[in-house]
Write a protein that binds this ligand. Structure first.
Ligand SMILES: C[S@@+](CC[C@H](N)C(=O)[O-])C[C@H]1O[C@@H](n2cnc3c(N)ncnc32)[C@H](O)[C@@H]1O
Length: 347
């Protein structure tokens, strides 16, 4: 079927549509058929957001299990970890998982585990079992289910926007995945990725695989086309999103996993940062992790990998209410695999 990844920088083409392939670190996903389930579920739960109140929907769930690196740092420094430092810890830790050769790592882990068992090293046995559970979970969530990048869900959420050659601003961009997916779907896009952690530019974005295929559109023919990172127009700005000097010049302002990282008193500021840079009638797109039992369990097991920052899990009604109350009309709201997704316009 598909050519192997080492056969050049652009290993997949339109001839590979409707196929999928498990690589050591991630899934290649070229299935594009409209009838495939588990894309974007248009929740359509709320017709009139003005009728919804916090009394109806309750407050988000706060994740309280904290990464050991954070508690160690706070013990050593005798102070609360500053927010930016917590993101620096998070990005270095999370990135390590994206570049893992998961099957090889599982193999190494099992060999180590059996060595420790044979020598009755119980402390090491416990640690290796903990590593094993995390590796298995990561393998399932990121590689098998493809729940984190979720290209099918994101494509379904992003489809049908009324934009041409859009300017796209990604606030808190990390590796920039979703803006690259949008740029593939709306060719001729100019993307600005912003993150104040320079490691995101130098490692998370830089080391994002050049050979990863994004399914999008051929501008000339309107048919499906496979795009790659280095075919897209992307500028990476290392700065605090609060310092940006742009005007209302972007067709799309995007954030993925940002709103849930601040307590309620700061959420209006985060939402305002989206409005500040979006053209009149432009789109804001936001996703946040869904509050489900399996997500709560994921963040508990992966706490040492991911929980350096303040973090909430919310449902789509809660997320929508934050967005609505901040002065946006909600164009589309629903679920992708592990996130809620909202497309909105400034009122
Ligand atoms: C949770 S990440 C987003 C999730 C992302 N898709 C991932 O895979 O990690 C949020 C990103 O926002 C960045 N960030 C948070 N506050 C910021 C700020 N005030 N200015 C710029 N970037 C910020 C963090 O450095 C982090 O990389």
């Amino acid at each position: 079927m598909l050519v192997q990844e080492n056969e050049g920088a652009y290993p997949y083409s339109e001839n590979d549509l409707e196929t999928t392939l498990l690589m050591p670190s991630y899934r290649v996903e070229l299935r594009n058929a409209q009838n495939v389930k588990d894309q974007f579920l248009n929740a359509n739960l709320v017709n009139d957001w003005s009728q919804l109140s916090w009394k109806d929907v309750g407050r988000p769930y706060e994740v309280k299990t904290v990464a050991k690196d954070r508690t160690d740092w706070e013990f050593e420094h005798q102070q609360e970890m500053p927010v930016k430092t917590s993101w620096e810890f998070f990005n270095r830790s999370f990135h390590e998982w994206f570049v893992k050769d998961v099957p090889a790592e599982l193999d190494r882990n099992l060999k180590a585990l059996s060595g420790h068992v044979k020598q009755f090293r119980f402390g090491e046995v416990k640690e290796a079992i903990g590593d094993h559970i995390k590796l298995r979970l990561w393998n399932y969530v990121h590689r098998i289910e493809d729940g984190i990048w979720d290209p099918r869900g994101k494509r379904a959420l992003f489809e049908g926007l009324d934009v041409q050659r859009p300017k796209i601003l990604f606030l808190g961009a990390a590796e920039g995945y979703e803006a690259m997916q949008l740029a593939a779907m709306y060719p001729g896009a100019e993307v600005v990725l912003v993150d104040y952690d320079d490691y995101c530019k130098t490692h998370r974005f830089q080391e994002f695989p050049d050979s990863y295929p994004f399914l999008g559109t051929n501008l000339a023919t309107g048919s499906t086309k496979v795009w790659y990172k280095d075919q897209l127009t992307i500028e990476y700005v290392v700065d605090d999103i609060r310092n940006l000097k742009y005007g209302k010049e972007f067709d799309i302002v995007l954030s993925v996993g940002l709103l849930e990282h601040v307590p309620d008193e700061h959420k209006p500021d985060i939402l305002e940062m989206h409005r500040k840079f979006v053209k009149p009638n432009g789109y804001i797109i936001m996703t946040t992790p869904r509050d489900q039992m399996k997500t709560r369990l994921y963040y508990k097991i992966m706490a040492d990998v991911m929980n350096h920052t303040y973090r909430e899990l919310m449902n789509i009604q809660q997320m929508g209410l934050y967005v609505y109350e901040a002065g946006f009309d909600i164009v589309r709201h629903g679920y992708i695999k592990v996130h809620n997704g909202i497309i909105a316009k400034s009122r």
